[in-house]
Design a protein around this ligand. Structure first.
Ligand SMILES: CC(C)(COP(=O)(O)OP(=O)(O)OC[C@H]1O[C@@H](n2cnc3c(N)ncnc32)[C@H](O)[C@@H]1OP(=O)(O)O)[C@@H](O)C(=O)NCCC(=O)NCCS
Length: 196
């Protein structure tokens, strides 16, 4: 059960995110992605909105681990379904960008609202070759990431947390906290979740 101590002031997010590691996208991955993009464009993106089981089936066919009752809306974009895990009853809304060069793991009863960007990759700007640096993102059960948020590589949104609309999350978000802003800060805590 959360305390209300965070609600009185804007607290910095203390916990660091997971470290970045270098990554190269190999030919097999590129080929698989080309096929996935074509399949999603014609069979996923154009499918009627209520056909969630169909889109879950498509993602599973490309290696995603998708639980029961998951809603992946047709306007969501998944970079690599084989690096996506979604627990039961979770949702990726229209306009969500799941840039999962590294794995994205979503728990149960999670809502990722419209136009959120889950960004697992960046670049080493001190290296002339400009290599990709990646780290996984996790959004734990009962969390809500509101519209248009940006999650940086390596962050974990812990159980039951809320990320406010248009927030930029650059560090781990504590369980049952409400964070908002750029960079995101704790603005509140959730209550009435004693049984979860
Ligand atoms: C975060 C949110 C849930 C509000 O939570 P809350 O606990 O009720 O927060 P409050 O409205 O009391 O605001 C607390 C503080 O955070 C600020 N704040 C709230 N949401 C913010 C946001 N998205 N970005 C920046 N600051 C925000 C408020 O201005 C306030 O600051 P102040 O204390 O300096 O005045 C709400 O603002 C939000 O983002 N909702 C998402 C809407 C959405 O995405 N809908 C579509 C999907 S269904």
């Amino acid at each position: 059960m959360p305390s209300n101590t965070a609600s009185s002031s804007l607290l910095k997010l203390a916990s660091p995110r997971r470290p970045l590691s270098k990554h190269e996208i190999g030919l097999p991955d590129r080929a698989r992605r080309a096929l996935w993009n074509a399949v999603w464009l014609f069979l996923g993106r154009l499918s009627p909105s209520p056909l969630h089981p169909w889109r879950s089936f498509l993602a599973r066919s490309f290696g995603a681990q998708i639980g029961r009752g998951v809603h992946i809306y047709p306007g969501a974009k998944i970079w690599a379904p084989w690096k996506l895990v979604m627990g039961d009853r979770s949702c990726l809304a229209d306009g969500v960008g799941c840039y999962n060069v590294a794995p994205v793991t979503i728990g149960e009863d999670v809502v990722i609202s419209q136009d959120t960007y889950l960004c697992t990759a960046t670049h080493d700007y001190n290296d002339r070759a400009f290599p990709l640096l990646v780290a996984p993102i996790a959004v734990e059960s009962h969390a809500w990431v509101a519209a248009g948020a940006f999650l940086s590589p390596g962050v974990t949104v812990h159980r039951g947390a809320v990320v406010g609309a248009r927030s930029v999350v650059t560090a781990d978000v504590p369980a049952w906290s409400v964070v908002a802003g750029n960079p995101a800060r704790i603005v509140n805590t959730r209550s009435n979740f004693d049984l979860l």
